[in-house]
Design a protein around this ligand. Structure first.
Ligand SMILES: Cc1cc2nc3c(=O)[nH]c(=O)nc-3n(C[C@H](O)[C@H](O)[C@H](O)COP(=O)(O)OP(=O)(O)OC[C@H]3O[C@@H](n4cnc5c(N)ncnc54)[C@H](O)[C@@H]3O)c2cc1C
Length: 329
């Protein structure tokens, strides 16, 4: 059921088998599996998943390559709800370990927000990451192209950039290294540093040896129309023509609600075992948030693994028969 402020009281009175934080590709996949294992599940999602910004999902088996990310999300939510799962649009602020249960402190409503506590035996962190974008005075100008032909994912969209004149927008020398794998797809690459970091001699010579260019003047705005970026105007008025672009500026990890748990991490990503379990036995992590490949197919597969392991844990902790379970204690 889609929960609202009016209908969520009965949900705060029960203990869910699993609460999933995040209703993107990973969270929805986990939710569908859990409901099909006849486990009661709540997905809490603040919206605007990474998949929401994905204008076209190009590489998912069985779906046409122009399938918008938001269609996948809509269809996934309908599927989850049709199996009797609970879904709440809200923001998880904090998780507290109570021993037998985990308690989630949740903010409901952007305006006139109210706070509620939900309890669960298991938690799946499926809250993903979000890409940093170039900071321009007019951010509307960035959103006009980001996710269209101004890409954020080389794995997803290298194919779309093949043999094209590509601008790479990086925020550090480490992020600028993306020009080398991008060189598999095209040799027409211009690196834009925006003057934000220094390109040392070693990196500069590796880049220029490949025939790539480096522009260090900051960008005034992206140029183009109908969501198709055709170049950039620099702050000195110079125009650089491009056919497409790749942003490589790092990501923000959506996992502050787990800070107290001190879970094992690699970079910002949560480390898990092969069934997506973190260093806490009742917390799983799936999709972009965990160490792995940031792809829809991987997030969906992670969801299947985490849900299956939770089902095994619950099944093995009792008699193995569902009828003997004390549900909603
Ligand atoms: C522009 C773009 C194009 C892409 N193209 C492709 C492609 O062609 N093919 C491909 O396979 N992949 C592509 N990707 C990558 C793909 O979108 C991700 O790998 C995938 O969405 C990861 O799924 P997820 O479930 O881990 O996270 P997400 O889809 O990001 O979902 C996480 C959800 O959790 C929510 N959330 C975060 N914090 C909280 C909180 N505290 N409380 C409640 N909710 C919270 C977020 O709002 C979000 O709704 C693309 C990504 C982008 C940005």
């Amino acid at each position: 059921m889609k929960l609202t402020k009016q209908t969520l009281q009965s949900s705060t009175d029960q203990v869910y088998d699993t609460i999933i934080v995040g209703g993107g590709a990973g969270g929805l996949s986990a939710g569908i599996y859990l409901q099909r294992y006849l486990l009661n599940t709540l997905i809490i999602d603040k919206g605007k998943a990474r998949s929401f910004w994905m204008q076209e999902l190009h590489n998912y088996l069985g779906l046409p390559p122009d399938t918008p990310g938001r269609s996948v999300l809509r269809q996934g939510k309908e599927h989850f709800l049709s199996l009797g799962g609970d879904l709440l649009d809200a923001f998880v602020e904090e998780v507290i370990d109570e021993g037998e249960t985990l308690a989630l402190r949740v903010k409901v409503g952007r305006n006139q927000s109210e706070y509620y506590t939900f309890r669960t035996k298991y938690l799946i962190a499926a809250s993903g990451i979000i890409d940093y974008l170039p900071e321009l005075e007019n951010m509307r100008n960035v959103y006009d192209y980001a996710g269209y032909n101004l890409h954020v994912c080389l794995i997803c969209d290298g194919y779309e950039m093949a043999d094209k004149k590509v601008g790479v927008f990086a925020s550090s020398a480490g992020n600028a290294e993306v020009v080398f794998p991008l060189g598999w797809f095209t040799d027409q690459i211009t690196l834009f540093t925006q003057g934000q970091f220094e390109v040392n001699d070693e990196l500069r010579s590796r880049i220029t040896e490949q025939g790539y260019e480096i522009v260090e003047t900051p960008i005034e705005q992206f140029l183009g129309e109908n969501h198709q970026m055709t170049g950039v105007e620099l702050t000195d008025g110079q125009v650089v023509e491009l056919e497409t672009g790749l942003i490589s500026m790092g990501s923000k990890y959506h996992a502050t609600y787990l800070d107290k748990f001190n879970l094992e991490k690699k970079g910002g990503n949560l480390v898990t075992d092969k069934m997506a379990r973190t260093s806490h036995p009742r917390i799983f992590a799936i999709g972009d948030l965990k160490v792995g490949l940031n792809q829809v197919v991987v997030a969906a597969a992670d969801g299947a693994l985490a849900a299956t392991q939770i089902w095994r844990d619950i099944r093995r902790s009792g008699t193995g028969k569902r009828v003997d379970r004390k549900v909603n204690v």
